[in-house]
Design a protein around this ligand. Structure first.
Ligand SMILES: Cc1cc2nc3c(=O)[nH]c(=O)nc-3n(C[C@H](O)[C@H](O)[C@H](O)COP(=O)(O)OP(=O)(O)OC[C@H]3O[C@@H](n4cnc5c(N)ncnc54)[C@H](O)[C@@H]3O)c2cc1C
Length: 387
């Protein structure tokens, strides 16, 4: 499938793959046990230019295609999906928003240290009252003495327990249309009134710390507002398509790791006197896995090129997220099945892949929400108005 990539992208893929095998794979047991990657690993990736491949060179990026970020994500998730989730929140959610909407001062203060791997960012939308209804948030920002007071709580935020910087959305006015009246605030750890909770004990994605952010009248100046006051939900909706496409990269990375494990075991394991890969029921599983992965990967890079050309991909991004995450849930279950009893052992990677894979049917918009969106956009595309 090398025709998907330019020569530079192929070279990046090879060097990231080598780096992951040599420097990240040995750290996986430590990251799983500690629930977070070592800071030195982010710094190392920053030094190698792997964090900011698609960002502007003026802020420490390499100015390459968006597809390069997907290449890094796919290769990272193939080795440790939790670590990839840390990078997703840090780079695709936090850094990308600052790069797109930040002032020059905000980019210098927040984007540069994140792309160099010196600091970690997080983005909080989800609240204890729910995540699917993003416009239903109750965290409030109100103007006072030329600044803002932010009050509320966020939950299920990737990197919240460890992040240095937090990008959170609050409702700053009650408009008739719920999409209006949201505003983003950039907050620093250590600000008075800001606290984070303990990392959640999750079934998967254990290398990534997830938790709450508590905001008790956090006082910030106008310089902490990201983008236009009241336009926050519009900014959010504009960024969701790309984020969902990028979740596809992570999904495919985990599924590829499943296929790596499944094929190797099918080759090695002998039952009734021959390798299990010779049984057609096992071949069918491998065929289904390979088909799902290749269909998803082709769609992923096709969509990334469309995004690079500035095209709108709302419907297709939701299709990719829904299809590939479903595919991963099946692929990871079939991998455990091929491994038989050994697939049940925590010491084998298959168990981790099975636990990690489930996340992508939930995070960044659940599959139910993806299906609602796909149907809505399909009716729209076919010229049927709202009933
Ligand atoms: C490991 C992890 C990391 C995360 N990282 C972040 C992060 O960095 N930042 C952040 O802001 N959030 C993050 N999230 C939160 C995530 O985005 C939410 O969990 C997700 O959006 C779903 O929200 P919820 O959990 O509140 O489920 P709910 O919204 O309470 O939904 C519950 C169930 O109802 C279904 N449902 C809801 N509405 C409908 C409908 N209209 N039709 C049919 N079914 C419906 C849902 O699909 C789901 O099955 C993370 C979550 C996890 C698990």
């Amino acid at each position: 499938m090398q025709d998907l990539f330019t020569e530079d992208e192929q070279m990046l893929q090879e060097s990231v793959r080598r780096f992951m095998r040599a420097e990240v794979e040995p750290l996986v047991p430590q990251m799983q046990a500690e629930g977070e990657p070592p800071r030195s690993l982010l710094k190392r990736m920053g030094d190698l230019g792997f964090l900011g491949t698609c960002f502007d060179g003026a802020y420490g990026g390499s100015g390459a295609s968006l597809a390069t970020q997907a290449i890094v994500s796919e290769e990272t998730a193939r080795v440790d999906a939790g670590f990839d989730l840390v990078l997703f929140a840090d780079i695709m959610l936090f850094a990308r928003a600052i790069a797109k909407h930040g002032t020059e001062a905000q980019k210098q203060k927040y984007l540069v240290p994140v792309l160099s791997g010196d600091r970690i960012g997080a983005m909080g939308i989800t609240e204890p009252g729910g995540g699917s209804d993003a416009l239903g948030i109750v965290t409030r920002g109100r103007q006072e003495n030329g600044g803002w007071l932010v009050k509320g709580a966020k939950t299920f935020v990737t990197n919240a327990p460890t992040a240095d910087f937090f990008l959170i959305i609050a409702r700053t006015s009650d408009e008739e249309s719920r999409i209006d009246g949201g505003t983003w605030f950039i907050l620093d750890r250590g600000m008075e009134g800001l606290a984070t909770g303990k990392p959640f004990n999750k079934m998967g994605m254990r290398s990534s710390p997830t938790g709450e952010i508590f905001l008790e009248d956090v006082r910030v100046g106008e310089e902490q507002v990201l983008g236009q006051v009241g336009r926050g939900f519009h900014m959010l909706m504009d960024s969701l398509d790309v984020e969902r496409v990028m979740v596809g990269a992570s999904t495919i990375g985990i599924a590829q790791a499943c296929l790596d494990e499944a094929a190797a075991y099918a080759q090695e394991r002998r039952v009734f006197g021959k390798a299990i890969r010779e049984y057609q029921l096992i071949q069918e599983k491998i065929a289904n896995m390979a088909t799902g992965i290749e269909m998803s990967r082709t769609m992923l890079y096709r969509l990334l090129r469309a995004v690079e050309r500035g095209e709108k991909v709302t419907r297709e991004a939701a299709i990719l997220k829904y299809y590939s995450s479903r595919m991963l849930t099946e692929v990871s279950a079939e991998t455990v099945q091929i491994w038989g009893g050994a697939g049940q052992l925590e010491d084998n990677k298959t168990a981790r892949l099975y636990r990690d894979g489930k996340h992508h049917e939930i995070g960044a918009g659940t599959n139910e929400i993806m299906k609602v969106l796909i149907a809505k956009e399909t009716f729209k595309e076919m010229g049927y108005g709202r009933k």
